[in-house]
Design a protein around this ligand. Structure first.
Ligand SMILES: Cc1cc2nc3c(=O)[nH]c(=O)nc-3n(C[C@H](O)[C@H](O)[C@H](O)COP(=O)(O)O)c2cc1C
Length: 228
């Protein structure tokens, strides 16, 4: 079935002009010599993360997690990276929400991070594994009381009829957490993206971007450059 091509409207609200006037990958960006990159991606990720922190990037540990639903339709959201080690890239969420259900059905995901001040993007893709209950519980108990209360409701991504209902339920959850500080939300899950592909992308103001992709076979990583 052929689909009609979308046509672009008049720029009535001025958004097109606004967007096209915004700079990107401008200014002084660091260099990246892929010839000196380590043999595996975790070490390089750690180096880039440290440099992002030193450069004052806000929330350098935020990444976009992309998942797909049973129809293969994608959805993406920002979340916080909890750890990176030889197993992979770790994040935590409830298993009861949209991403949790999508991951239960298709246990694969992509994580994308962008550190604008450095013009650096990192892309990670791989199968996703939930950690065991004990490890997930430890992550939950390490969260702030407010974050634990919201997670205890285990209603993430459900339609909310009105904000007063949220306030009432949170009051109940906060009270329960105060009375039972060791209480763990049963759906809270630490997940790991066991990366099979990790790409490091260094932007260049002249658009000669450097792309280095690591691909894993078993426990061996291979590196290759990609055209920008
Ligand atoms: C900076 C930032 C950090 C976030 N961290 C998390 C997180 O660690 N875990 C989480 O479940 N949601 C986090 N969220 C909320 C998610 O973006 C999202 O709204 C939520 O997980 C529901 O997604 P879902 O409906 O696709 O399951 C964060 C949002 C932002 C903007």
């Amino acid at each position: 079935m052929s689909q009609e091509s979308p046509t672009i409207s008049q720029d009535a609200g001025g958004l097109r002009a606004l967007l096209r006037g915004l700079p990107s990958l401008a200014g002084d960006l660091p260099g990246f010599d892929p010839g000196r990159a380590p043999a595996e991606p975790v070490a390089l990720f750690g180096r880039w993360l440290t440099e992002a922190i030193e450069a004052g990037v806000a929330e350098p540990h935020a990444m976009t997690l992309s998942t797909v639903d049973p129809r293969g339709l994608p959805s993406a959201r920002v979340l916080i990276l909890k750890d990176v080690d030889a197993t992979g890239w770790w994040f935590a969420s409830t298993s009861a929400g949209r991403k949790g259900k999508e991951l239960a059905n298709t246990p694969w995901a992509a994580l994308t991070g962008y550190w604008a001040a450095l013009g650096r993007q990192v892309r990670v893709r791989g199968p996703v594994h939930p950690a065991g209950a004990e490890v997930s519980a430890r992550d939950y108990l390490g969260r702030s009381a407010g974050a634990r209360a919201v997670a205890l409701l285990a209603r993430q991504s459900e339609p909310l009829a009105d904000l007063a209902e949220l306030a009432a339920e949170l009051e109940w959850a906060e009270d329960r957490i105060t009375r039972e500080p060791e209480l763990v939300a049963p759906d809270w899950t630490l997940y790991v993206v066991a990366a099979e592909e990790v790409e490091f992308w260094q932007g260049d103001p002249r658009r000669r971007h450097t792309r280095l992709r690591y691909t894993r076979t078993g426990s061996t990583w291979t590196k290759e450059l990609l055209w920008p």
